[in-house]
Structure formats: C-alpha cells, structure tokens
Ligand binder design. Structure first.
Ligand SMILES: CC(C)(COP(=O)(O)OP(=O)(O)OC[C@H]1O[C@@H](n2cnc3c(N)ncnc32)[C@H](O)[C@@H]1OP(=O)(O)O)[C@@H](O)C(=O)NCCC(=O)NCCS
Length: 177
C-alpha cells in the first residue's frame, strides 16, 4: 500500500498495539502542544532544548517561523485527537536540501516505538520537500535518540564531544511509512 500524501493524517500501530495518528500541526494544535510540553519531564525537555525551561517561543507551533521554512508534525492517540503525545520540528536549511529535525515524545509514551514512527514521518515530510539530508543534534549520553539515529543510517559529523550533529541520508526513492 502506498503511503498517504505528506500533510495528511497517517495511522500507526505501536508495539503495544496502541494506535496513534500523526499529522502536521494545525492552528488548533497550539493549546494541546503546550499542554504536552507541560507534562514532559525536565530531563526530556533538556534533551530536546538543552534547557529544562524552554521559552514559549521555542515551543514549536503550527505556524512557520519567520525567516525560515519549518513544519511541526504531531502525534495523538487514535481515540483522542485532543491529546498530543509527541511533536517533531523540521526546519529547512541550505536551500531546502538539508533539513534539521528535533523530536520530543511525552515521557509516558517513550520506549513504545513512537519516536521511531515519528522519525519515519519526519523523513517522509523531508523527502517530500526535496531534502537529501536530515540533521539531528543528539547528546552522546542520550541512548534512545542515538539508537534511533543509528537505525536511520545517521553519521556523526566530527568533531564532537558530548553532543554530535548526525547526518541522516534521505533516500528519494523510498517512502518509509
Ligand atoms: C529520543 C526519543 C524521541 C525517542 O523516542 P521513543 O519513542 O522513546 O523511542 P522508541 O520507542 O521508538 O525507541 C527508539 C530506540 O531507543 C530504544 N529505547 C527507547 N527507550 C529506551 C530506554 N528508556 N532505555 C534504553 N533504550 C531505549 C528502543 O529500544 C529503540 O531501539 P531499538 O529499535 O534498537 O530497540 C524520546 O525518547 C524523547 O522524546 N526523548 C526526549 C527528547 C529527546 O531526547 N529528543 C531527541 C533529541 S532532538
């Protein structure tokens, strides 16, 4: 079965059997996004933002940031569209061929395969926008994120110390969801 066109809702089944829906954030997602961030632990926020108290403007919203091209992708339990449980931001760099991605899965949903699902959705969205590479900054102490980027073929850019920028290749011929 071919994947749904980018921008549409997509359904996924996690290891636990729970069904989740992903889609680009919408203007009405703003409140649910902020509620999700408020439920996240300081550790998760730090892993995503390098600060446990990101400013409201750093919290992704559905509206494109001024001066750059960006898209926010979100996930919710299939049965509860009003509760967002994960968000990914994809920001266009260098004339659209390179995009930067950052993911946050709410603590209660981590370790269930949702990050893996969302990363595939992010790569599809980047591919649809003509990306050849997606980059991700990951602390070398962040085991789950490292496993994720490794599975996606990510290569760390030297030099790196406690954090590395990974280049993840985007195969133009392959849709991953
Ligand atoms: C990193 C993150 C996005 C991963 O999402 P997730 O839903 O927890 O990850 P998944 O369940 O898809 O698992 C990804 C891999 O990490 C492993 N993993 C997940 N949680 C783990 C844990 N607590 N301990 C060890 N391994 C873990 C999984 O086994 C899987 O590896 P595998 O495919 O080899 O089995 C999520 O944990 C998160 O949002 N963390 C806080 C923010 C962050 O670190 N963002 C990344 C930097 S931008």
């Amino acid at each position: 079965m071919s994947p749904p066109p980018p921008g549409r809702e997509a359904q996924h089944i996690l290891h636990s059997g729970r069904q989740v829906t992903t889609h680009p954030a919408r203007p009405e997602s703003d409140v649910a996004l902020r509620a999700m961030y408020a439920r996240c632990s300081a550790e998760s926020l730090y892993a995503r933002y390098r600060t446990a108290s990101p400013t409201p403007s750093a919290v992704p919203g559905p509206v494109h940031r001024s001066g750059c091209t960006a898209v926010t992708l979100v996930a919710h339990p299939a049965e509860d569209p009003g509760q967002l449980i994960a968000a990914a931001e994809l920001v266009g760099l260098t004339a659209g061929r390179e995009w930067e991605a950052a993911l946050l899965v709410e603590d209660a949903w981590q370790g269930c395969g949702l990050g893996t699902v969302l990363a595939a959705v992010v790569l599809d969205a980047a591919r649809a926008r003509g990306a050849t590479t997606v980059t991700a900054s990951v602390a070398l102490s962040n085991g789950p994120a490292l496993r994720l980027v490794n599975h996606l073929g990510g290569r760390p850019r030297p030099p790196y110390t406690i954090e590395a920028v990974f280049d993840i290749p985007v195969d133009p011929t392959r849709a991953s969801t």
